[in-house]
Design a protein around this ligand. Structure first.
Ligand code: FES
Length: 165
């Protein structure tokens, strides 16, 4: 009887070792697969994030250039706010089309490539902006596209908060 029990225990130990070894191997494979998946997801996320980044340069009337960046879909007002671009009084109405302080001047080429034309409300507000040009737009109405990467926009020397009139 003792001999039979010893054989049974030995067989159990061997089965347990096999199960443990298989579990470890499987765990190592899963761990490796998890690491690979994490790396792939992280790299993909990083690539997507880099694809979404749009670099913008704001040029003050003095010629000083301020570099900032935003994501596709952000407005130029979002870029100023989120990047803490120091433009005094810019975007006073927070994009509600009531102030015209977000007035920006585009190069003709860039202006013509903007995806949307100004609507009536924007044109009414632009009429109240100082230093108005044929290529003026309100920054809160311009949403970034990937094509705008590298865009330079000029900030007028003076701003007018239409709400103060
Ligand atoms: S932020 Fe006021 S009109 Fe654009």
């Amino acid at each position: 009887m003792t001999v039979i029990n010893t054989i049974r225990n030995s067989a159990r130990l061997t089965l347990r070792n096999i199960w443990l070894r298989n579990s470890l191997a499987s765990s190592n494979n899963n761990s490796s697969s998890l690491t690979t998946n994490f790396t792939r997801t992280f790299s993909l996320g990083l690539a997507l994030r880099q694809q979404d980044v749009v670099n913008i340069t704001f040029v003050r009337a003095s010629g000083e250039k301020i570099k900032a960046s935003g994501k596709v879909g952000d407005s130029l007002l979002d870029v100023v706010v989120n990047s803490n671009v120091d433009l005094d009084g810019f975007g006073a109405c927070e994009g509600t089309l009531t102030c015209s302080t977000c007035h920006l001047i585009f190069k003709t080429n860039d202006y013509e490539k903007l995806p949307d034309k100004p609507g009536d409300e924007e044109l009414d507000m632009l009429d109240l902006a100082y230093d108005l040009t044929d290529t003026s737009r309100l920054g809160c109405q311009i949403n970034l596209t990937k094509d705008m990467d590298g865009l330079e926009v000029h900030v007028p020397a003076t701003i007018n908060d239409a709400r103060a009139a």
